[in-house]
Design a protein around this ligand. Structure first.
Ligand code: NI
Length: 425
């Protein structure tokens, strides 16, 4: 991507861009070197923490030992800790100078997956059938390392930071539990991180706009009227109507949705009918609906219902639509993404910071926090040089541990810069 495009994408003119950058650079370099020194001196402890977490993974909603361990580390660096927030979630509050009322939250997740680990690591999982195969052990360690670094520098923080250690991300429940428990009341911005094995350790990537997809579930029942297969005019054929619904939905996506805001609708299950010569009175369809843009996501249930209703009506069929909202899309805020990008560029060097060209159609419940305040999640490279890097959720997934320092420095420096950037608005 050319530099002109990226400046445009961030909504800044090149002049403003250069001015802002020069303006705060000299003061920050000093702080950056302190952050780097602190993080480096903590490295052995952080590796120890990560290996402990990796050895003892716990499933979504069952992170009892993990959260007790996290709470212990947070208390030891002087944070105010609350356990049992959102079931097994933990909150750590770091009070800054409070000359600025804006509060930043740093969110990491703690749960593991029901996978039998097949790595040869000396600290491979001791819990049979449970594995940190999505890197949440690295995320938790980055969160803790950032808390340790910023705790040392609290006299330089104009505002306060809340560390959110979230349970049950893999089942897309934990963020909702924490929100319901008041964990994010009064938070003005969120930062988060997810590992990425296809980016080499030492590098990170950001993305402006959508990072992950909204994933909803669809269950649609078409109700017709049974009849003799030879006398269709006396019946209402639910199978024929269902076929039209599926075909029309697929066609309507291409004709009524902005093609730059993709929608994927997959009917993955269908059942109906009783006998070859009996007209079906009922068809049940189940599917998943993925989308990236929040406006598109908001319109989907009504859009689908209008089409279904329009097809059913002339034939006298009825329908029952159960549209279940899953997690929305993670939509990264431009200013907070710029905060991460710039901070990482200064801390790691421009060549180690990239802008992701494409979002993922996976889902991530960090999105639920972003319904309350803006935020941004970056991808932390954990790829091991010269080795096969298995994907996330793979029984042989391994992360390069050196990425923890990259993550801590990026997160801590971005957090420090948060209030400076907020003042430029
Ligand atoms: Ni994950």
């Amino acid at each position: 991507m050319g530099s002109e495009t990226s400046v445009e994408a961030k909504g800044l003119t090149p002049l403003q861009d250069a001015f802002q950058f020069q303006f705060f650079r000299p003061i920050l370099d000093l702080m950056l070197s302190q952050i780097q020194e602190l993080a480096t001196s903590l490295a052995p402890r952080l590796i120890e923490i990560r290996r402990h977490l990796h050895l003892h993974p716990e499933l979504s909603g069952q992170e009892h030992q993990t959260s007790a361990y996290v709470a212990g580390v947070l208390s030891s660096c002087g944070l105010k800790v609350r356990e049992g927030v959102g079931k097994t979630g933990v909150i750590g509050d770091l009070t800054g100078q409070e000359t600025d009322p804006r509060r930043l939250a740093i969110r990491t997740d703690m749960d593991a997956l029901p996978i039998q680990e097949r790595t040869a690591l000396e600290f491979a999982s001791r819990n049979a059938g449970v594995m940190h195969a999505c890197g949440h052990d690295i995320h938790t360690t980055v969160g803790l390392g950032t808390a340790m670094v910023l705790a040392e520098l609290r006299s330089h923080l104009p505002g306060s930071v809340r560390f959110l250690f979230q349970p049950a991300e893999e089942i897309a429940q934990g963020a909702g539990w924490m929100i319901a428990d008041g964990a994010i009341d009064g938070i003005n911005a969120f930062l988060s991180v997810h590992v990425f094995p296809s980016i080499p350790a030492g590098s990170i990537a950001v993305r402006y706009g959508s990072l992950t997809a909204a994933a909803d579930n669809l269950e649609l029942t078409i109700i017709g009227e049974s009849g003799h297969g030879a006398r269709p005019h006396e019946a209402i054929d639910a199978i024929w109507i269902a076929a039209q619904v599926i075909t029309t939905l697929q066609q309507a996506i291409s004709r009524t949705h902005n093609p730059l805001r993709p929608v994927v609708l997959t009917v993955g299950q269908i059942s109906g009918g009783r006998a070859p010569n009996v007209i079906a009175d009922q068809v049940v369809m189940k599917g998943t609906v993925r989308s990236l843009h929040p406006e598109t996501h908001a319109r989907l249930p009504e859009w689908i219902e209008d089409i279904v209703a329009g097809i059913c009506k002339p034939y006298g069929a009825r329908y029952h639509l159960n549209y279940e909202r899953g997690v929305p899309s993670v939509h990264n805020d431009p200013r907070l993404t710029q905060l991460l990008e710039r901070s990482a560029q200064e801390a790691l060097g421009v060549e180690r910071v990239s802008v992701l060209p494409e979002p993922s159609l996976g889902a991530e419940d960090f999105a639920l926090f972003l319904e309350h305040a803006p935020g941004s999640m970056f991808r932390l490279g954990v790829g091991r040089k010269g080795q096969v890097n298995h994907p996330l959720h793979h029984p042989q997934f391994e992360a390069d541990e050196s990425a923890i320092l990259t993550g801590v420095v990026t997160m801590a420096y971005s957090a420090y810069n948060y209030w400076q950037q907020a003042n430029e608005a």
